[in-house]
Design a protein around this ligand. Structure first.
Ligand SMILES: [Zn+2]
Length: 336
């Protein structure tokens, strides 16, 4: 089968690789859709932190936002899974340690991450194999495009939930990329008044097209009380800026990662009674994200600016594939 393989920084190609087989407890999925994420671009550039920490080495096969159909089941797997449309959790804990047993498998010390960590091949391929325990079935109302948006959506839903915001609350989101805009959508669906802060007019115009009329550059931010601030950027100064802008007693939520340390004076948290939350991974938010998509309370499909075949992935990761203002690129591995 064909799979996108990264062999080194800036080196990626579609290669013919052996088809996966369903090991005990695992299934093989035919991929219908896979999203390309900022993490994948960092693997392409060589900047991804796991490359330095040794959690990942080249060659690697990326892709962790996906939807597909189960086509084979290994020993110990209920055969009823075969034929079902599914998405899968990126985080695969060992299932035995204290963190896993307490429901925190997404931060298991010995976890694998599909397409990211510990050599588990990802979804930028015709097929992938994953543990059946990582699967979430998709209802018919969640199409393959939505299905491949469940993983980023789970991150965004958790960020929105961490704001604690609802009707009568005002939320400011830094960064109108995929995660920021989806977090804004979930916060809006919860009833909050949502403001978006971005750098380029193109990104702010796109946010307005999604109905976020309060879309600002940093120098135009209105002087309003923000009950929560979400940082979904990679800008090192913004975590501290979030604390400056949030109301006393409010909440700051960090889901972006900067390449350099982002410094924060904890006295600013204490003196304003601010709660700060970090979000890693979608795992605890996947089921609720599927429910929101199925119910139509959040529909992030306009974020997909282009759908390409595997042969275009290298150009996408290199930033050479124009997608317009919508931030997400999807891959359909059945396209040539
Ligand atoms: Zn564990």
């Amino acid at each position: 089968m064909r799979a996108f393989v990264l062999t080194g920084p800036g080196e990626g190609a579609v290669l013919e690789v052996p088809r996966p087989v369903a090991a005990p407890g695992e299934v093989v999925v035919d991929v219908e859709r896979a999203g390309v994420c900022g993490t994948d671009a960092e693997f392409f550039s060589g900047d991804m932190a796991y490359l330095r920490s040794g959690h990942t080495t080249y060659p690697l096969r990326p892709g962790h936002e996906w939807a597909g159909v189960v086509t084979a089941a290994g020993d110990g797997v209920d055969p009823a899974w075969v034929g079902r449309r599914v998405m899968g959790d990126t985080m695969i804990g060992d299932g035995t340690c204290r963190r896993c047993l307490r429901g925190h498998q997404h931060v298991c010390e010995r976890r694998q991450e599909v397409g990211i960590r510990d050599g588990r091949p990802g979804a930028l391929a015709e097929q992938l194999a994953v543990p059946v325990s990582s699967l979430h079935a998709l209802p018919d109302s969640v199409d393959p495009v939505l299905g491949a948006l469940v993983e980023p959506g789970g991150n965004a839903l958790r960020a929105a939930q961490a704001t604690g915001a609802g009707p009568g609350d005002r939320v400011l989101v830094f960064g109108p990329g995929t995660i920021g805009l989806m977090a804004a959508m979930f916060a809006r669906a919860a009833g909050a008044e949502v403001h978006v802060m971005g750098r380029t007019e193109e990104s702010l115009r796109f946010a307005r097209e999604l109905g976020f009329r309060h879309a600002w550059r940093e120098d135009e931010l209105p002087d309003l009380p923000f009950d929560a601030v979400v940082d979904a950027t990679n800008a090192a100064p913004l975590p501290a800026r979030a604390v400056e802008l949030v109301e006393p007693g409010g909440r700051v939520v960090y889901i972006g990662l900067s390449a350099t340390p982002s410094m924060l004076d904890t006295r600013a948290l204490v003196l304003d009674d601010v709660t700060a939350v970090g979000i890693l991974s979608a795992s605890p938010g996947l089921a609720a994200t599927i429910e929101a998509y199925a119910a139509g309370t959040v529909d992030p499909r306009p974020l997909v600016g282009a759908t390409v075949g595997l042969s275009d992935v290298a150009a996408v990761l290199a930033g050479e594939h124009s997608t317009g203002p919508a931030p997400k690129v999807h891959v359909d591995p059945r396209l040539t």
